[in-house]
Design a protein around this ligand. Structure first.
Ligand code: 3HC
Length: 675
């Protein structure tokens, strides 16, 4: 097998190039090749400096994550990194693309770093539940300062080459098209420089207060995660003990995280997110339909948010409403959202104008005739949607894709109201649609392969994580939400309070519990609107205009700032229903709440798989992580079920009288996992 590492002499400089597509991950072959190149440089007196660079789209994007679950292969990355720094000839990292994780650590071990302006540097290990385990937590604060090292390690976001330059993490910026030449010139300049600047020989200093403040400021963001604190502790160590001891501490902390369940969950999600874009049975090189203009019907919160996704990606949007006032309001909201982003420095004022300039508001459906994709985001009612799709069928150009943003309705029935069901599918965005990363793409019985593939690829263009769902009530996400909400209501009857149930969910790591969610979404959603018809607790709340946060009362009472407090009135209503229905009550433990609200979700997920409504268990995990805020450190409901043990889930379901899905029972009996 040929090595991904090649070496070439440029006068007295040895250029070491890695070519390991797609992202130059630092797998065993790459490490072995670099190690050999270092030995070549050390053993040859005519070599005076070394440049390490990468072919393809990026500098090393990190350790090879696929190796983490296999036995380690020498040379290990920490050893290699030490060898780079230890070479007694200058080593220069020439960086383009992204120098991430182990890639950034290789760069830190080099004596000098040069980067093109478009490059990014970062240590995203924390997002995989890890920390930079090849000296990164010890070298980064010594090179770039403690404050930046804390930000970069504990949050994991990369920084630009110019920020890195300012911080001393990059010594010099290269021309965008002349990286190698500029690196060679740099190498020639420093070839004779001694002593060599070694990160391990620098010191990192900071007041203890810096760490306390950082922990406090970010406590909410880090809640539930193990890795951020481990990163902080390592950086703190760098300010307290000599380099070697710091490395040892880093190593121990890394191994602890690596073998923990959180990192396994976070790595699972990293790969699951990428797997989700692959559609079983459709070739990855299928010809896609060009999408040059998108039409959106409905300029409400949803339609406006959907439009922003395309505008931000540089795709013009025609947005349609029925009334001028609603159209103006919708357009103004889009502008307001963009201006808020500009005020926060996330985009430039020019970008605001560019996006708004690409938005074409209109009152006429006929104006959608030149759109390649039309997304309907109107009122959730089958008759309304069918009528609209009938009209679109006559207006849209041939091969235009027609999508419904329905959250529950039957996409096949909608498609049947057109003469081109092969061009119809569902695109279920999650509110706020310009923020939430999930896109459920609903594949109808007749949806053409290229239509599905086009929309899945478009998902990536608009920076969503797109997941394919079959046609079933509520698709993947909302279908699994239903049993959770139903069980939560039953638990109220059995003696629990909304606060108790929500608390268990929040402690589990969810952003909010079932009742907090109802109050946010609106208790009146789906209500029959007849205040005299009171059949359940929800009807009783709705009849009293306890519609949630928007009316300052729902399952909780709210003050003007929307701070919730337990509601005595809700307690009364619940009690009335318990009496009315003669409900048996008992002390409800936290464990019972988990078993009765989360286990049924797993059961529903198993049914979804059984029916072929999701392609794979990991897709279900991705839906719940990106659409509903399931804690990523628990890897999604199906991965979590695997970690709980499927036998335990089955036993829990049986204990509470649920009918167990066949797939779940079979897997439990065979000792298998979902993922
Ligand atoms: N190891 C193994 N495979 C990797 C990888 C890695 N570090 N990074 C990316 N890949 C794979 C992806 O799984 C994907 O495979 P597929 O085509 O089979 O699905 C392929 O490379 C392309 O990746 P993307 O689709 O993500 O490509 P993009 O161009 O969108 O993004 C990227 C490129 C920004 C580099 C992104 O892939 C990324 O963020 N990668 C992870 C970076 C990271 O976390 N590095 C730290 C690793 S841990 C580490 O270094 C530990 C050390 O401290 C000891």
């Amino acid at each position: 097998m040929t090595s991904p590492i090649t070496t070439a002499r440029h006068g007295d400089i040895l250029v070491v190039t890695s070519d390991n597509p797609p992202v130059n991950a630092l797998g065993a072959a790459v490490r072995t090749g670099i190690d050999a190149a270092l030995k070549e440089a050390a053993g040859d007196d005519s070599i005076h400096a070394v440049v390490i660079t990468c072919a393809g789209k990026t500098f090393f994007a990190g350790a090879d994550i696929t190796e983490f679950s296999k036995p380690p292969v020498e040379p290990l990355l920490p050893t290699l990194v030490d060898s780079i720094e230890g070479l007694d000839k200058p080593v220069i990292a020439a960086i383009h693309g992204t120098a991430l994780g182990g890639g950034c650590e290789v760069a830190l071990a080099c004596h000098y770093r040069i980067a093109v302006p478009s490059a990014k540097l970062g240590v995203p290990e924390v997002k995989l539940g890890l920390l930079p385990g090849a000296g990164g937590t010890q070298r980064l604060p010594r090179v770039a300062g403690v404050a930046l090292a804390l930000e970069m390690t504990a949050k994991g976001d990369p920084i630009s080459a110019s920020q890195a330059h300012e911080a001393g993490l990059v010594d010099r910026l290269a021309g965008e098209a002349s990286l190698l030449d500029d690196a060679l010139a740099f190498a020639a300049e420093v070839a004779a420089a001694r002593p060599l600047p070694r990160a391990s020989e620098k010191t990192a200093t900071a007041d203890a207060q810096v760490f306390a403040d950082f922990r406090k400021t970010n406590a909410r963001r880090f809640r539930g995660f193990d890795a951020p604190e481990a990163n902080i502790a390592c950086v703190e160590k760098a300010t307290q003990v000599p380099f070697g001891q710091g490395l040892q501490f880093e190593r121990e902390s890394f191994m602890k995280l690596m073998f923990g369940v959180q990192s396994a969950a976070q790595r699972h999600i990293f790969f699951s997110e990428r797997k989700a874009s692959k559609i079983d049975g459709i070739a990855s090189d299928i010809a896609l339909r060009p999408i040059k203009r998108v039409g959106v019907i409905g300029a409400g919160t949803m339609g406006g948010g959907i439009s922003m996704n395309f505008l931000s990606a540089g795709i013009p949007v025609t947005i349609v409403e029925m009334q001028q006032e609603a159209l103006d309001r919708g357009t103004a909201t889009v502008r307001k959202n963009y201006e808020a982003s500009a005020a926060k420095g996330r985009i430039t004022p020019d970008q605001v104008e560019q996006a708004m300039g690409a938005l074409n508001p209109t009152l006429s459906l006929e104006d959608l005739a030149d759109c390649d994709l039309i997304i309907e985001a109107v009122y959730e009612n089958m008759d309304v949607k069918k009528e609209l799709f009938g009209k679109l069928d006559k207006i849209a150009k041939p091969h235009a894709i027609l999508a419904s943003n329905t959250s529950y309705l039957n996409v096949d029935e909608i498609a049947a109201s057109t003469s081109r069901p092969q061009d119809v599918l569902g695109m279920h965005f999650f509110s706020p649609a310009n923020v939430m990363k999930l896109l459920e793409v609903v594949r109808g019985a007749k949806t053409a392969d290229d239509v599905l593939a086009t929309v899945m690829a478009l998902g990536k263009t608009i920076r969503k994580v797109a997941v394919v769902s079959g046609v079933c009530h509520g698709f993947i996400g909302n279908r699994m939400l239903m049993p959770r909400q139903v069980e939560a209501m039953k638990l109220l009857m059995a003696g629990a309070t909304p606060e108790q149930i929500d608390k268990v969910h929040v402690a589990f790591g969810m952003p909010m519990g079932p009742f907090q969610m109802s109050d946010l979404a609106g208790v009146d959603i789906g209500w029959h609107r007849d205040p005299t018809r009171i059949e359940n607790i929800r009807d009783a709340l709705a009849a009293e205009k306890r519609w949630g946060q928007k009316t300052q009362a729902g399952f909780y009472d709210y003050d003007e700032k929307r701070n919730p407090s337990p509601s005595p009135r809700v307690a009364e209503i619940i009690e009335e229903f318990r009496v009315r229905e003669g409900a048996q009550q008992h002390d409800i433990t936290d464990e019972e709440i988990v078993e009765r609200t989360l286990y049924p979700m797993v059961n529903e997920g198993a049914l979804i798989l059984e029916e072929g409504m999701a392609q794979r268990a990991s897709d279900i995990d991705v839906v719940w992580i990106y659409g509903y805020g399931w804690p990523v450190y628990r890897g999604g409901p199906m991965f979590w079920a695997d970690t709980e043990g499927l036998k335990k889930i089955v036993a829990g379901l049986e204990k509470h009288g649920f009918e167990v899905a066949k797939l779940l029972r079979d897997k439990a009996e065979k000792g298998e996992r979902f993922n």
